[in-house]
Each structure stands twice: as C-alpha cells, then as structure tokens.
Design a protein around this ligand. Structure first.
Ligand code: NAP
Length: 305
C-alpha cells in the first residue's frame, strides 16, 4: 500500500482492460497517485500507462495478487467471465489467498457493460471466498473517461461502494448506488435503451437536414440547446459534421448492449420495439463492415446494405 500526503493509506489498484475507456480511467488513477498494476489482452494498449509508472502483470490472477481493489473494463460478458471467473487465470483465483486492503478482503469491480445475471453470479462466487464484488458500468463516453466526468451506476454491497468513494470521485461526477448485485447493469441497460432512441433521432435529423439543403452547422446550433438537446447530439453531432467516425463507442459494443437489453426485457415479457429497430439497423452496419466504427456512423445507414 502507498501512503498519502496526510499519511492515510491508498489501496493498491489493478486494472484489467486498457482500451478506450479503461486506459483513460486507469490513467486518471495513476495521475492521482495510486499504484496500479495493469493487464490487457494486447500489451501495446497499456504502453502509455507503463511509461507513466504502472506495473505489468502476466494474467488477471497475477494482477489480482498484487492489488487490494481490482477493476475490469473489457469488452463483452464472455471476456468478463474469463478475466474474473477463470479457475486458474481469473481475478478471483488471484484474490483467493486473502489480502490486506481497505476492506481487508479485497474488492473486484467490473465496469464493463455486461449481463446483470453475470454480475449476480460473480458476486456470489466472490462472497464464497470472502471477496466483495461490485458491478459498476459507466456512461459518458471516451470524453467522460478522460475528464473524470462519468456517470457510474453501482450494484452490490453498499459498504464496498462507500469504501471506494475516493476512487469513484476521480473517475466520475455522478456516482450512485443502485441496489444489490446486477442493479448497476440494469441501470446501464436503461441508459442504453435511452441512447438507442436518441441515436436514431440524431442521425435521422442530420440526414434530413442535409437532404433539404440546410447549413447543418447553423441548424445544429439552433437545435442543440432546445428541447431536443442531448449528450449524443452535443458530442456526436459535431463529429458527424466533421466526418469523424472513429470510436468513441464502437458499434459492436452497442449491439452487444442492445441484445442484452432485448433479452432482459423479453425475460420480463416487455416489448421494446425502439431497441429492436436500433439493433436491426446497427447489425446491418456491422454486416457492412462498420463494427469498429463509432456509433455516430449510423448516419451512414441508407437501407441499401
Ligand atoms: P475497447 O477499446 O475494445 O477496450 C476493451 C479492452 O479490453 C481492449 O483493450 C481489449 O483488448 C481488452 N480485453 C478484452 N477482452 C479481454 C480479455 N479477455 N483479457 C484481457 N483484456 C481484454 O472498448 P471500450 O470502448 O474501452 O469499452 C469497454 C467496455 O465499456 C465495453 O463493455 C463497452 O460497451 C463499455 N462502454 C464503452 C463506452 C465508450 O464510449 N467507449 C462507454 C461506456 C461503456 P484488445 O485491445 O486486445 O482488444
């Protein structure tokens, strides 16, 4: 453990998954003085963090052995399952032998957007070995990750949530405990349902404006602060006008989220036709080769495949 200027103890962090989001978030913890160990599938994506003082681990379990708090920010539920639950290389296998730490048991925090049921399973398996688990997906995009202005939606034990307060404050600006295991992920699904309809609106509106001959820069200035304003419009609208289709948020990850939302809704008998439509249009973009492009590329959908 490291000592703060005021002699309080900083927990040792491990960070698994250093892509668009994880890299920026771990970078903020390093800048705030936390000692961080990192592991990611492609080491190159962690080079900047290693140069900034992070240590490299060869596996999630090795990363967990060196930490009091382990964060995961990978891609899909299958990745979460393997990095946390793999019996030999997973985080929980590395935390098995007991650690010192702020809670004296260790905390694993999955920040990936993943299945609520997997969060429940992880919390159960963690509890069996005396580790606390939180699901803590985020919203606010690459910009929020860089600036520490994410909205963080947390499920799991309230005590573990409170213990991590100083860390949440470095990563986000709107941090809320949503209930027991899986409730953070359910909140994130609400968020993705909102985004689905919003992205359809943003992209259709800009396609319409272009078609009828508006100056889109001026038109955007009018609508951005009216009743139709939104994060997607303010942040992705200008990217569309600059023809910047880099992710941000990758289409393949959004389709993953929409399918989780559809499955969860179906399991309650709820029909969510707006999400159905968004899932179909974004899936067509994946088939057309846009899987790794940003979600603003929906503006390129023309129904012609
Ligand atoms: P990303 O750039 O693809 O980053 C994911 C990172 O995790 C990649 O570096 C990937 O390795 C690594 N990884 C994946 N599976 C792994 C495994 N089994 N073991 C070790 N490392 C593994 O994606 P992102 O945009 O940061 O998004 C991460 C998660 O946050 C996703 O669930 C996404 O839906 C969610 N999210 C994203 C945004 C956003 O705006 N980008 C916003 C909110 C939530 P490789 O480099 O080898 O692929």
């Amino acid at each position: 453990m490291d000592r703060n200027g005021d002699n309080s103890v900083l927990p040792r962090i491990s960070w698994i998954g250093t892509g668009i989001m994880g890299n920026a978030m771990c970078g903020r913890l390093l800048s705030a003085g936390y000692s961080c160990t990192v592991f990611s599938r492609t080491r190159l994506k962690a080079e900047n963090l290693l140069e900034a003082g992070a240590q490299w681990a060869e596996s999630p379990s090795e990363a967990a052995e060196k930490a009091d708090v382990v964060f995961t920010m990978v891609g899909y539920p299958a990745d979460v399952e393997s990095v946390i639950l793999d019996p030999e290389k997973g985080v929980l296998s590395g935390m098995r032998h007991g650690q010192s730490g702020i809670s004296r048991t260790g905390i694993v925090v999955d920040m990936t957007t993943s299945r609520p049921s997997l969060a429940v399973e992880i919390a159960k398996r963690a509890e069996e070995i005396g580790v606390q688990a939180l699901d803590a997906p985020v919203s606010g995009g690459d910009i929020g990750a860089k600036n520490g202005t994410l909205s963080i939606m947390v499920g799991g034990s309230r005590a573990a949530f409170e213990a991590l307060r100083p860390i949440w404050d470095i990563l986000g600006s709107n941090i809320r405990h949503q209930g027991g295991p899986g409730m953070g992920q359910h909140t994130k699904m609400m968020n993705q349902i909102l985004i689905a309809g919003n992205m359809l609106g943003v992209c259709e509106a800009l396609r319409y404006g272009k078609e009828v001959g508006l100056d889109l820069n001026v038109a955007l200035e009018s609508v951005i602060s009216g009743a139709a304003g939104s994060w997607s419009l303010s942040n992705l609208g200008p990217r569309i006008l600059r023809e910047d289709f880099a992710p941000g948020f990758k289409i393949r990850h959004f389709v993953k989220d929409l399918r989780i939302a559809l499955d969860e809704a179906a399991s309650t008998g709820l029909d969510i036709p707006g999400v159905c439509l968004a899932e179909r249009l974004y899936s067509e973009l994946i088939e057309a080769g846009f899987a790794d492009a940003g979600t603003q590329s929906l503006v390129k959908w023309d129904g012609k495949g």
